[in-house]
Design a protein. Structure first.
Length: 297
């Protein structure tokens, strides 16, 4: 994982030649796209919608689906030829090295930004080197001090994602609604988690039967897609949290639905604790007392 600097890609090819996938940081991709809007003549009113479309491209679950969406994306914004030429040559073309930024390019539970490295780099410059270039022997000594300081913090490092109890409770409530639909090794859930999806929605998604970009986008906003990975024996959810962090309410609910995770039994309180306040009668007594006192006076 790195930004789009060519020297980083060249160094990885020479030194780490066995690396199969060199991911492109998605944060730096969007930053580069934003910086090219003005130069490529993209109107301000269309910039947010283009970024939204790129977010959808990022979350495509297969290369086939990516190609269908990308073709509609090119048709929708065909008026911006310079921008499309730039986007295709840098981020999509097979000749470019910076094309690995989509869900379909790697396994789940993988970071899509190098923010952790950027944060460490910023801390190193701010707190240790005062933004000055140091000789290599001094820099290595500073780096040693950095790692010693990090070790002293005694932060807990977990091998598996931690599941908060509150998230389990929400997942149990979702599972109880029985909204999951299975088709072609995929599981579908409505995004609003309220009304069950129709069969036509699933067929349209699986067969990629879309005529316009807006139709595709509106349909994606309705669906949550999950899949049971037979080889790895894990549930994969293609929402952002589920794919990058490995934990989300949809994944937990499906695991509970299929018996891979124990359900939480939610006990509803039968009534409020204590005696009921009879406010009306209490007010009557107070009013009567006030009236009696006023008569005596």
């Amino acid at each position: 994982m790195s930004d789009g600097a060519s020297f980083i890609f060249n160094a990885v090819e020479k030194i780490c030649s066995k690396v199969k996938t060199h991911l492109m940081c998605y944060f730096h991709l969007k930053k580069s796209v934003k910086s090219n809007f003005a130069a490529k003549g993209v109107d301000k009113k269309d910039r947010n919608s283009i970024l939204r479309s790129i977010d959808h491209l990022h979350r495509m679950i297969s290369q086939d689906q990516f190609q269908v969406y990308y073709a509609l994306f090119q048709t929708e914004y065909s008026c911006y030829k310079d921008f499309l030429k730039y986007f295709d040559s840098v981020w999509v073309s097979d000749e470019s090295k910076t094309t690995k930024w989509k869900f379909s390019d790697c396994e789940p539970n993988v970071f899509f930004t190098n923010n952790i490295c950027e944060s460490l780099n910023a801390s190193l410059k701010r707190d240790y080197t005062n933004r000055e270039r140091k000789p290599l022997h001094q820099f290595l000594k500073i780096l040693k001090d950095v790692f010693i300081d990090i070790a002293k913090e005694r932060k807990k490092i977990h091998s598996f994602p931690q599941i908060p109890t509150q998230l389990k409770i929400k997942a149990s409530k979702l599972e109880a609604k029985d909204l999951f639909i299975s088709k072609n090794n995929y599981f579908f859930l409505p995004k609003n988690c309220e009304t069950k999806l129709e069969e036509s929605d699933l067929e349209m998604f699986l067969e990629n039967r879309y005529n316009t970009l807006k139709e595709f986008q509106d349909h994606l906003e309705k669906l949550i897609v999950l899949k049971w990975d037979v080889e790895r024996k894990v549930t994969i959810c293609f929402c952002h949290d589920g794919y990058t962090k490995g934990v989300c309410i949809h994944k937990l609910a499906l695991d509970m639905h299929q018996g891979r995770l124990s359900k939480l039994i939610l006990l509803q309180p039968t009534g409020k604790r204590g005696r009921k306040r009879k406010a009306a009668k209490a007010l009557e007594k107070e009013i009567n007392l006030v009236l009696k006192k006023s008569k005596k006076m």
